[in-house]
Write a protein that binds this ligand. Structure first.
Ligand SMILES: [Zn+2]
Length: 64
């Protein structure tokens, strides 16, 4: 299964939003959360523990 097929069925574990892949396919991005999820050997790791903050982007404040 290719990464772009996976993106259609995957959702961000935090906001259940749609993900976008980076150009090199190394990460899946969730812009509302400002998080990126690593793709290891073609398998997206959809764990908040593994997610990284996207540099220079404020995470959306959904607390209120
Ligand atoms: Zn999200």
């Amino acid at each position: 299964m290719r990464l772009h097929d996976l993106i259609d069925i995957l959702a961000c574990p935090a906001c259940k939003g749609k993900l976008t892949a980076t150009e090199d396919g190394a990460y899946l991005l969730c812009s509302p959360c400002g998080l990126r999820f690593p793709v290891r050997e073609g398998i997206p790791v959809m764990l908040l523990d593994e997610a990284e903050k996207i540099q220079g982007q404020e995470p959306g404040d959904t607390g209120r």
